[in-house]
Design a protein around this ligand. Structure first.
Ligand code: ATP
Ligand code: MG
Length: 299
């Protein structure tokens, strides 16, 4: 029986989500000692340990209380939540934070040569998928009478093998679909990696550890997109310039020695600065524009 004085987070052992998940935790100041079997990593900087597992196992580990939190695709979490719902079980997990990486969508794709007249085209067909619960729920909501054929991998070749007429699978760039002469016709779920936790809050020291981790993660997540913008401008041009920065915090305004008409400004912007935005600012009267990355932030 594990004691509850440490927090345990499950992440994918190897795959698309492992590096971004480890990177995110490292940026939040967590460091780990790797074990020989590389399944368990002991938290050195904080009492927060890692368990390295297959992504499909993460929701179950949270439901059983083997892990406290997990970094997993919303697609995996939603499929297993739908499975529990179909079996009449209680909700076992909740999304604690969306993490902004691992973006993809769960979509229905049909052979290129199909003329697509709408969802009714799927009536009476077979759809190959590894997401039978999400697909079945969507089919029911849409009133489509199609059969879900469950495959655990290589779903995209099912139509060529004659196992199904179309597929329901994860898509990001669409290159895999294209290579298999398939076209996307409906999006069932938009997904990204999330930090998932149990439906019920922690009632021991893990609650404090989790809230500290979340505060740090919030800092890391907002820092990622943020830029510090430094520039100078005439006081009279300021209101026009600030209209171009709707996502900026109220700027710090500083006088410039010997130039009473002008001020120096410092503003934190929450979204990406593009060349277009900088050029628009310059036209509105800003000069000496500097865009700096933000290293750390604690609100
Ligand atoms: P595991 O061995 O852990 O079960 P896996 O093969 O199921 O690995 P990966 O292919 O590494 O998993 O994908 C992990 C997650 O990455 C997916 O569940 C999904 O949330 C996300 N993802 C983002 N883009 C894609 C994509 N184009 N195809 C598949 N998954 C994607
Ligand atoms: Mg998997």
């Amino acid at each position: 029986m594990r004691t509850h004085d440490r927090l345990r987070i499950a992440i994918q052992k190897s795959g698309r989500l492992s590096d971004p998940a480890r990177d995110l935790l490292a940026r939040a100041g967590l460091s780990f000692r790797e074990s020989r079997d590389r399944l368990f990593c002991y938290g050195e900087s904080l009492p927060i340990d890692l368990l390295l597992v297959r992504d499909d196992d993460i929701p179950g580990l949270i439901a059983e209380g083997v892990c406290d939190l997990g970094v997993v695709g919303q697609n995996v979490l939603a499929e297993q939540a739908a499975e529990r719902e179909a079996a009449g079980q209680d909700e076992a997990y909740q999304i604690v934070r969306s993490l902004g990486f691992g973006r993809c969508r769960l979509s229905v794709a049909v052979p290129n040569e199909w003329e697509w007249s709408g969802n009714a085209r799927l009536d009476g067909t077979r759809i190959a998928t590894s997401y039978p619960n999400l697909l079945t729920r969507w089919l029911r909501e849409q009133g489509i009478a199609a059969e879900a054929v469950v495959l655990s991998g290589s779903v995209e070749i099912a139509p060529r093998l004659g196992k199904a007429e179309s597929i329901c699978d994860l898509v990001s760039s669409g290159a895999t679909l294209q290579a298999n002469q398939l076209k996307e016709v409906a999006v069932i779920l938009e997904s990204e990696a999330v930090l998932a936790g149990p439906a019920k809050p922690f009632a021991d020291v893990r609650a404090d550890l989790a809230s500290m981790l979340l505060r740090r993660l919030d800092g890391v997540l907002s820092v990622k997109a943020s830029k510090l913008l430094l520039f100078q401008a005439k006081r009279s041009a300021l209101s026009e310039i600030m209209k171009l920065l709707p996502d900026a915090e109220p700027p710090t305004v500083m006088p410039i020695e010997g130039r009473s008409e002008e001020v120096a400004l410092q503003a934190l912007c929450r979204t990406a600065m593009t060349w277009q935005r900088l050029e628009d600012m310059k036209r509105a009267g800003a000069s000496g524009l500097l865009v700096l990355p933000v290293e750390q932030m604690l609100a």
